[in-house]
Design a protein around this ligand. Structure first.
Ligand code: SF4
Length: 104
């Protein structure tokens, strides 16, 4: 490998390595606890287990936004998924919170 290639590719490989490590740290096998909407962060973000229960003052029912179409949602193959905003907790696919970001 030429020196120029090492200089160009080296930092990219380092980034991929860091990404793999951080992904591994986030992808824990520990069981997720169902997120309680009264948990302080959940409350601050108006989390609900079902969008039907969302406060119309903070949630637009016509938006179609829900956990399972949120960028932060991780399918676990179970009835509830993981969420990057609430590590260690599971969220309902039909849930929602103010942290919702459209999955592209
Ligand atoms: S960030 Fe997304 S996946 Fe997480 S609770 Fe909020 S809407 Fe659901």
């Amino acid at each position: 490998m030429k020196r120029r290639t090492v200089i160009t590719v080296g930092p990219l490989l380092a980034l991929f390595g860091m990404s793999a490590v951080s992904h591994k740290l986030l992808a824990t096998d520990a069981p997720l606890k169902p997120l309680d909407s009264s948990q302080p962060t959940a409350k601050a973000l108006s989390y609900v287990d079902d969008i039907a229960d969302a406060d119309p003052a903070v949630y637009d029912q016509s938006s179609g936004a829900r956990c399972d179409n949120c960028l932060h949602y991780r399918d676990t193959g179970q009835s509830r998924g993981g969420c990057a905003i609430f590590p260690g907790f599971s969220v309902a696919p039909q849930g929602w919170c103010k942290g919702w970001v459209k999955k592209s």
